[in-house]
Design a protein around this ligand. Structure first.
Ligand code: BEZ
Ligand code: FE
Length: 287
């Protein structure tokens, strides 16, 4: 056994963490130790900087709760979340690409029938999203679940507000022919939460802290890869500098403006409204 020195401490720590009982945990922890030590050596981390980092992490934990996910936000703005999404969702050509889940998804959204208005009286421009859910081979996926959530016309999510009912979220199902229809209001692009340690750090940079206008989807169907994705409004601000690196060309969709009149759900709307049309294509799960 040797005592730790500046030169041998990385090997000692990596060996120690390599004793993890689960081989994958041993692999992950050994690599983490090596990369952390390399980082500290590369920047010649001072003791004050180390302490500032520890205080920042403490604050990230302190501000987090069951509604606020500051660690996930940190991962998002560092590009880590999107890297992990891309490495783990390498779908084939034609499949709809995945993007970040984000911190505002809430489990257990209410089931909604075709055309249901998930905005139920919340102020905003009526918005209809229609299309089909199908497999890469073109087969319609009857019954596929579309779990949908979005920000309101002020850019706020339910998780950021004091409400006790589901707000701007619902679970739809594709019909027999794979079609779906969602009624809501046009979501506004928004700033990520800037009143915590992630915001404090971003405020010390030139990084834009906005996300482009989008609506979130989580699609599930037996025999297919789960798809976490968004649709982004074509032409909206911040498509190219999305603070969480989540925008993908295939997900940018025209949000078409209409005068009052017949809407895709078969009703007549007496104010101007917006439509988007998108076919989600799911990747079969490998056999
Ligand atoms: C979102 O789109 O809801 C989101 C994603 C990452 C960070 C903040 C918000
Ligand atoms: Fe969002």
């Amino acid at each position: 056994m040797s005592y730790a020195t500046e030169d041998n401490i990385t090997d000692l720590a990596a060996d120690r963490w390599g004793t993890a009982h689960d081989p994958r945990l041993a692999e992950v922890m050994t690599a983490l130790v090596r990369h952390l030590h390399d980082f500290a050596r590369e920047v010649r981390l001072t003791e004050d900087e180390w302490l500032a980092g520890m205080r920042w992490l403490t604050e990230v934990g302190r501000i987090s709760d069951d509604k606020r996910e500051e660690f996930i936000l940190a991962s998002d703005v560092l590009g880590l979340s999107m890297l992990v999404v891309q490495m783990n969702n390498r779908f084939g050509p034609g499949a709809t690409p995945a993007t970040v889940l984000g911190p505002f998804h809430i489990d257990g959204s209410p089931a909604a029938p075709y055309g249901w208005d998930m905005s139920e009286g919340i102020a905003g421009t009526p918005f209809f999203v229609t299309g089909t859910v199908r497999s890469v081979s073109g087969e319609p996926l009857a019954g596929a679940v579309l779990d949908v959530w979005q920000a309101d016309a002020d850019g706020a999510y339910e998780a950021q507000l004091e409400v006790d009912e589901a707000r701007l979220r619902a679970k739809y199902r594709a019909r027999e022919d794979g079609t779906y229809c969602i009624r809501s209001i046009v979501p506004l692009g928004y700033a990520i939460p800037m009143d915590g340690p992630v915001g404090d750090l971003i405020a010390r940079t030139d990084i834009s802290y906005f996300r482009p206008s989008h609506i979130h989807f989580l699609l599930e169907e037996d025999g297919y890869e789960r798809l976490v994705t968004h649709l982004f409004a074509e032409g909206t601000d911040h498509l190219e500098d999305d603070v969480v690196f989540g925008t993908k060309a295939e997900l940018v969709t025209p949000f078409v403006h209409h005068e009052p009149g017949p809407a895709p759900d078969g009703t007549t709307v007496d104010v101007p409204f917006v439509t988007a049309h998108y076919d989600f294509v799911l990747q079969p799960t490998p056999a």
